[in-house]
Design a protein around this ligand. Sequence first.
Ligand SMILES: Cc1cc2nc3c(=O)[nH]c(=O)nc-3n(C[C@H](O)[C@H](O)[C@H](O)COP(=O)(O)OP(=O)(O)OC[C@H]3O[C@@H](n4cnc5c(N)ncnc54)[C@H](O)[C@@H]3O)c2cc1C
Length: 395
Amino acid sequence: MIREEYDIVIIGAGASGLMLAAQLDLKGAPGIILEGSSVPGSKLLMSGGGHCNITHGGSIKDFLYAYGDAGQALRRCLYRHSNLELAKWLDARGVDLADENGDPLDMSEGPKALDGAGRIFPASMKSRDVLDAFTAEASRNGWPIRTGAKVSGLESTDGWKISLTDGEVIKARSVVIASGGITYPETGSDGSVLKMLKALGISIKEPRPALAPIYVEEYPYADLAGISLPDVTVTVFGSDASCTCKGKAAAMKGDMLFTHEGFSGPAVLNVSGYAEAGEKIRFSYNKELSGLPKRMQRVLTDRARGDSGDVRTTVLASLLDHDDFIIKSIDRRGMVTAGGVALTDMDMRTMSVRGFEGLYVIGEALEAYGITGGYNLQLCWSTAAAAADDLIKAG
Ligand SMILES: Cc1cc2nc3c(=O)[nH]c(=O)nc-3n(C[C@H](O)[C@H](O)[C@H](O)COP(=O)(O)OP(=O)(O)OC[C@H]3O[C@@H](n4cnc5c(N)ncnc54)[C@H](O)[C@@H]3O)c2cc1C
């Protein structure tokens, strides 16, 4: 039974769904956000450890590399709806911003305000302030949010029919998929909508956790938990034949962190989307032994001892240069999802799905994702803004 009919239905009240609603005035037309969980924006609230690293400083032209292979496809969308636009939008709604040192950004300076800012946060360091700005504007634009409305089916017949788990069916002229990825399923992002899209014949790249800690066989560093190292090169060697870089799936230089169970920190998180269980991961510490923390020096020296107990200097040197392990697993609790709706199926100017009239996909539900540093929320903003533009044009 069809209970209600809408012009536009947004599935998901996460960052991207709310950013879209905040940029699209319904002007009295019927529209609704359907949110399966009981609370909107759970993942946005967790972001940046609750501080919300909303975007990154510098020119938007320098963002493309952060999305790897997807950077070029996202170019137009990012350039048109940039970090500067997002920062100005928040500033105009009373959310003061600060750089990663906590120094306030003066948005009256225009693009200069973002020069060298690095990671950008609300000056209050509270993700709640960012969430409140988006929900307040969405509400001003006439969008109701219906929580506890879990979508269980999607059908394209004379517009769109959306089934809810309680049996209700809702009709819509346009549907925006803003349902996120598969990680942190307790926030409501469980990949269920991606399965529905696949059943419709839309290409879905297998979703898997990314920006996640990596666990290895015979991990020797449990006692170093909490120690972080700068300027480490982390390389993963994927089995994926499509890998472009001479047997390496990805390499990243930056900070790494030892945990009780495995490797974490930005350099590790940023290559995790390319890592696969059973494959090799390499750490090159880019330092002399004496440049490492004392506790690590001890562990490395012990690992370089031969049967007689002598330290083999060549083994020690090779551990410093290429400390190799076999990957046991990648933590399911990745900060984002690699995989999702294939960009090749998308019209990247409008974020609509080719061949499916009135169907849009934005945010983390897309195949693209960025490295740590605010690039994922920027992706949500830019894709949401592009879809909003097209929906405004469509009237
Ligand atoms: C711990 C953590 C820290 C992070 N920190 C940062 C950071 O500082 N900076 C940054 O840029 N990125 C960060 N990210 C990533 C960023 O938060 C996400 O990429 C972003 O929130 C994704 O937004 P989204 O709206 O696309 O998806 P989500 O936020 O996942 O929202 C999707 C929504 O859709 C709903 N939904 C799903 N399926 C259904 C269904 N069947 N029916 C109805 N509703 C449904 C979900 O309940 C959810 O509310 C972090 C992520 C995590 C987990």
